[in-house]
Design a binder for this molecule. Structure first.
Ligand code: MSP
Length: 644
């Protein structure tokens, strides 16, 4: 019996909305799980949400909800988008669930009772000293301060000391290094393994395992005045979901006996490759087999950020391309494991080339020829055809080659292998020109070509199934195949389909997309959605620009928005009326600095609520990287003067 396979994604923060970065890892994990199942292994795929911590509490407060109400609401945005993307996870873990909290309590107790090799306690109490801002109700770092002050509250933070529990990481670094070097713990790709080994050479400080002031968290079992540090809480999800605290049988199967693979991007390397193995060792739990840290991608050359408006919502991609093509497009932009750049402007072209033309057209052409020339029934194979042997060889190797790539986390290469067979089949079809055979009455040859193309398409339908399950089912429907024969074993042999099998196509499986129409669709979304990528703004007609009313506005009053460190609330005079505008400039301007300035505002925007505060208008600012400069005008210009 093949070893079961357990794959996880990070659990995503609920105070963010799902974007294609989250989708990327989740689709990758889904592909891995589905591929291993095709190879005959049992697989379990876990994803979920990270719901504790001060940021979630702040976001809930800003939304005027209790923490759990806020989590219940935002968790749905993740669950819904995974459903739309046809993600086939076996479980979804929330850190606010009872089973998770139970597991956190269990691991805390286990670690609390543990001793290091030289007899010291793994968990010890100590004091954490830091710069605490009473306005923000949190510790700040030196880097957060501007001129020694909290930029949000314009006051110096207090040096505060609080009791904390610490985890003695230093006692585990040697052991972690040994496990990595012996291969017992695989860190992949190689570059990341080197990074971790590099970190292990440094003098790593023990980490604080609890927080006194964070109320939205899981209380420590041995000191309820403290809550578990978010990472200790979050990392435990990988075992809480499979029964660490409440189901020894499933825990044994999916943790102790399975091959455990944690998938994520390199941003969370330290927590997964140092803290997590150390926690597990302290608690006497085995380590995962593999931690794979893929690269981080930018969108149109910039890091995805709300403030840059280049966050792509996977829902929008599903609207435009459907679930399957979205999965395909996201995983084929650059090699899995590397860093990369994603450009939405390329999606339509690639969809049309790879999916509509190469794969979709091939399916339609082959099936239609069977329908018109062979009464819709698969004709018999015929050996003596130019190029057939090569095609057969390539097709029969596809499943194993692709699976080998998958086992090495080379998802893009596995997909490319299948697309290469699609292209080879197109070439075979074009070179043998079955339409000429039909005209010349060469029925056997014609049947042979169509039979071979159907077999090749069947291999493709298996290999690309983990990537595009819905569309590959459609393709298999064309070939009268059910899920019963959906496995890699069948994809190793070219002679599988029975002559006479009904072959029918009703509509193209990947309808061609109109490039111009899509471009218009993108532009429409960009203007209606504030946080949507303004990736490729089209050229504006002067009449369109004239719709935007810009005016000089005098800032009469400025103050911080409570609980929002980036926002200032301004009262401005725009000539004929006074307005309130909420501006995301608080990290660049203090309230006194902006007061009295004559800024430029967009005056005819619909009022909106930002963090629950009414905002009517928007002010202009120049922005580059971390710098921001509000656009102002000469003092003589009166409030309300139009700007054109
Ligand atoms: N909650 C923690 C994880 C706890 S796991 C025990 C967290 N959450 S997160 O919402 O910030 O998700 C981070 C993960 O999202 C990355 O590790 C990666 O899987 C995915 N990505 C987010 N943005 C991404 C890119 N731009 N590129 C690639 N992956 C991206 O960290």
């Amino acid at each position: 019996m093949a070893q079961p396979f357990y794959v996880t994604t990070p659990i995503y923060y609920v105070n963010d909305s799902p974007h294609i970065g989250h989708a990327y890892t989740t689709i990758a994990a889904d592909i891995m799980a589905r591929f291993h199942r095709l190879a005959g292994r049992e697989a379990f795929f876990l994803t979920g949400t990270d719901e504790h911590g001060s940021k979630v509490a702040e976001a809930a407060e800003a939304a005027g909800m209790s923490e759990i109400e806020f989590c219940d609401k935002t968790v749905k945005t993740f669950q819904e988008v995974w459903e739309r993307l046809d993600i086939g996870h076996d479980d979804f873990i929330r850190t606010t669930s009872e089973r998770h909290e139970k597991a956190v309590r269990k691991i805390l107790d286990a670690m609390r009772g543990a001793k290091t090799d030289d007899g010291q306690e793994v968990i010890y109490s100590g004091y954490y000293e830091g710069l605490y801002c009473t306005g923000c109700e949190k510790y700040l770092t030196e880097r957060d301060l501007v001129d020694g002050k909290c930029p949000d509250h314009n006051r110096e933070p207090e040096v505060l000391k609080e009791k904390n529990y610490f985890f003695r990481l230093s006692a585990f670094t040697g052991k972690i290094r040994d496990k990595i070097e012996s291969g017992e713990l695989r860190i992949l790709p190689e570059e990341r393994r080197r990074e971790v080994l590099g970190l292990l050479k440094q003098d790593l400080p023990d980490f604080s395992l609890s927080r006194e002031r964070v109320k939205w968290g899981i209380p420590l079992t041995f000191d309820s005045s403290q809550s578990a540090y978010v990472w200790v809480d979050a990392l435990t999800n990988y075992i809480s979901a499979i029964g660490y605290a409440d189901n020894p049988l499933t825990f044994d199967k999916w943790w102790n006996e399975a091959e455990v693979v944690h998938l994520m991007a390199k941003d969370i390397l330290k927590f997964h490759c140092l803290y997590w193995p150390a926690m597990l060792m302290a608690a006497g739990v085995k380590l995962p087999e593999t931690i794979f840290l893929h690269g981080f991608f930018t969108v149109d050359g910039a890091k995805m950020a709300k403030s840059l408006g280049n966050k792509i919502d996977p829902n929008d991609m599903v609207d435009d391309f459907g679930a399957d093509a979205t999965r395909y497009l996201l995983l084929t932009q650059y090699p899995f494991g590397h860093d990369g750049d994603v450009q939405a402007s390329r999606f339509v072209g690639q969809y049309n080339t790879d999916l509509a033309n190469d794969l979709g057209n091939l399916v339609s052409r082959v099936a239609k020829m069977v329908m018109t020339n062979c009464e819709g029934q698969l004709p018999s194979a015929h050996d003596d055809l130019p190029g057939l042997e090569e095609l057969k060889l390539q097709a029969e190797n596809l499943a194993d080659n692709a699976y080998e790539y998958i086992q090495n986390f080379r998802i893009g290469a596995a997909i490319e292998e299948a697309i290469a067979l699609v292209r080879a089949t197109n070439k075979f079809f074009n070179d043998t020109a079955p339409w000429k055979m039909a005209k010349a009455g060469k029925t056997q040859e014609l049947g042979g070509v169509l039979n071979a193309c159907c077999e090749a398409l069947r291999m493709v339908s298996v290999t690309l199934f983990p990537v595009m399950p819905g569309k590959m089912r459609e393709l298999r429907h064309v070939l009268s195949l059910s899920d019963d024969t959906l496995d890699l074993q069948n994809a190793r042999t070219f002679s599988f389909l029975k002559p006479g099998t009904p072959i029918r196509v009703e509509k193209p499986i990947f309808p061609r997309l109109d490039v111009k129409k899509k471009a218009a669709g993108e532009a429409k979304k960009d203007t209606t959605k504030t946080d949507k990528a303004a990736s490729e703004p089209g050229l504006l007609d002067i009449s369109e620009f004239a719709k935007v009313q810009l005016r000089v506005a005098l800032v009469l009053k400025a103050e911080k928005v409570e609980g929002a460190d980036k926002l200032l609330k301004l009262q401005v005079d725009i000539g004929n009326e006074k307005r309130q505008i909420v501006a995301g400039i608080a990290q660049h301007y203090t309230a006194p600095e902006i007061l009295g300035k004559r800024v430029i505002v967009v005056a005819n925007l619909k009022p909106a609520k930002i963090r629950g505060v009414e905002s009517h208008g928007m002010l202009l600012a120049a922005k580059r990287g971390d710098q921001l400069c509000v656009v102002t005008t000469d003092l003589e210009m009166p409030p309300g003067a139009p700007v054109s």
